[in-house]
Design a protein around this ligand. Structure first.
Ligand SMILES: [Zn+2]
Length: 168
């Protein structure tokens, strides 16, 4: 796995962000330690700084500040993670800019809950009738059936369209 892919996979665990130029640079095959979240809570990356070096021999460096306010993860460079939050970030940026890196990008990562996520359909209740009481056809679960001026979860016959509201 390339560092770029590794990084991309981590981003998949966080909300979508705008495409980052050069992020899918697959030319480097150096192994890199897989970074795990600090905890298995819902902490996530809150702010990310991306440093690039004009010399293409140097991989980009990603500095992530997590929402817990102190966890700092670094991909690339010396791999010097920290736990002092913004102080570490400032020191890391100072260290790497002194080494010739440039701050290419600096942005707050989106809220962890995408507002345009589709609503999760209500789970089907366990007691689906085996067959339609009217015609014996199979019964289908409808999470949002609409009929007779109301809507909601219902059982619906695939044959004769017999239906029954699940929540009377
Ligand atoms: Zn039926």
């Amino acid at each position: 796995m390339t560092p770029a892919l590794d990084h991309t996979r981590r981003l998949l665990d966080t909300p979508p962000t705008p495409p980052i130029p050069g992020q899918l640079d697959l030319t480097s095959n150096e192994p890199r330690e897989t970074l795990m979240p600090a905890t298995d809570s819902d902490d996530h990356i809150e702010h990310q700084w991306i440093l690039t070096h004009p010399d293409s021999d140097h991989d980009d460096i990603y500095i992530d500040l997590w929402t817990d306010g102190y966890t700092v993860r670094v991909e690339g460079g010396d791999g010097d993670d920290g736990d002092r939050g913004q102080r570490d970030v400032d020191e890391l940026i100072a260290k790497y800019t002194a080494a010739g890196y440039q701050r290419a990008r600096d942005y707050a990562v989106n809220d962890p809950e995408p507002s345009d996520a589709p609503e999760v359909e209500a789970a089907e209740p366990a007691d689906r009738p085996d067959e339609c009481p009217e015609c014996g056809s199979a019964i289908e679960y409808q999470a949002e059936h609409a009929a007779h001026g109301r809507s909601g979860p219902a059982w619906l016959c695939l044959g004769c369209r017999w239906g029954e509201w699940i929540n009377p």
